[in-house]
Design a protein around this ligand. Structure first.
Ligand SMILES: [Zn+2]
Length: 132
């Protein structure tokens, strides 16, 4: 599997973890509200509702904490992969190091000491065209 594919998979899993943290947070507050409603306002008359509330509260809390941890692990993995990336000097996009001699995004040379002369020439002719 290529490095880019791995980075995309990790980014996908980070998004998924974030969604579950949010879902866990919603369950957490919903459960807390339900338990408060059942035990405080109804004074435990419908203890089943309160029980569900407590369950959702605990479940949501565990879910959130689990995916907060998962997300931080994934972020470290992503950072480890991104250090193997270099930034294109022309368009500024991340490019896997040592894999390309030409930027896959804009096509400019990544490692070419003499190419700068050509770039200057192109810019000069481009300026002439735009002025006419
Ligand atoms: Zn580029």
């Amino acid at each position: 599997m290529s490095d880019e594919a791995k980075v995309i998979i990790i980014q996908d899993r980070i998004k998924m973890a974030r969604n579950r943290i949010i879902a866990g947070g919603i369950l957490f507050f919903l459960g807390a509200a339900l338990a408060t409603f059942a035990f405080v306002l109804l004074r435990g008359a419908v203890w089943v509702v309160g029980g569900i509330g407590v369950f959702l509260f605990v479940f949501g809390l565990i879910l959130s904490l689990y995916y907060v941890n998962e997300r931080s692990i994934l972020l470290v993995q992503l950072k480890g992969r991104e250090t193997k990336m270099m930034t294109c000097r022309n368009c500024g996009k991340p490019v896997p190091q040592g894999k390309y001699t030409v930027c896959p995004f804009c096509g400019s040379a990544l490692i070419a000491p003499l190419a700068s002369v050509e770039v200057v020439d192109e810019e000069a002719s481009g300026a002439k065209k735009s002025s006419s």
